[in-house]
Design a protein around this ligand. Sequence first.
Ligand code: AMP
Length: 277
Amino acid sequence: MTGPIIARTRAELLAAHGGSSVSFVPTMGALHDGHLQLLEHARPLGETLVASIFVNPTQFAPDEDFDAYPRTFDADLDVCARAGVDVVFAPSVPTMYPAGPGDSISVDPGPLGTVLEGSARPTHFRGVLTVVAKLFGLVRPDVAVFGEKDYQQLTLIRHLSRELALGVDIVGCPTVREPDGLAMSSRNRYLSEDDRKRAAYVSAALRAGVSAGPRGAESVLVAAAAVLETAGINPDYLVVTDPDLGPARPGAEARLLVAARVGTPRLLDNTSLTLGA
Ligand code: AMP
């Protein structure tokens, strides 16, 4: 098995993909089976598959875990090789932020960036959309694949590509879960043994919400909240929205989203569901 080419700059990227159509999976590394699924999904969508590994400083607030974020580059290269990645783009901070992480130009995520995750992390989506816009400018992909696990991020990136006319097709990929339902995440490794058991209740709450869907949004929230309470989990938010994160409508497709701190890590999860009329 020949490994992927490692590119650190736009010139190296260009030399590696040489004008072919490109499918792209941006990541912060510490790759797990969720990322692998994204890479496998992206593989047939372009002639060249590019994965980026960049822990983006601007999406972490000063009191968050940027320094402690897991960095496992050699293991990540093995995952990329297994998934048939052609090019791993691993830029330096100065390549991504020529004027430093306080660059004067950034992407305003608009009102959707201030709710849910954005209300707990007010600078987060500005950092995410800015780095994704830069990565799109450097990699010039035709298609980019993101996980539904970070549903608000996926929704905002769809808006970014459409509203800034970036011309990148955004594809969402279903959440990959542990056998007990916990959504895979690079931060799950920080769960203590006890908290790891409690963490399974987050996805169990979503399943209870889905079952209550035919009875309407209020019943969904009551059913999901009851499961969280069993495990002593107090969510930062638990909401039902429409698929674009606007107000939910009876008798239509909807999204149930939850965020909760379980021990140290903050866990995010969500699911689609259908609401009764
Ligand atoms: P990250 O490295 O955590 O920034 O995530 C990179 C990409 O992987 C994002 O599009 C995430 O939504 C996606 N991702 C992370 N965890 C999962 C998962 N469990 N299932 C599917 N996609 C995921």
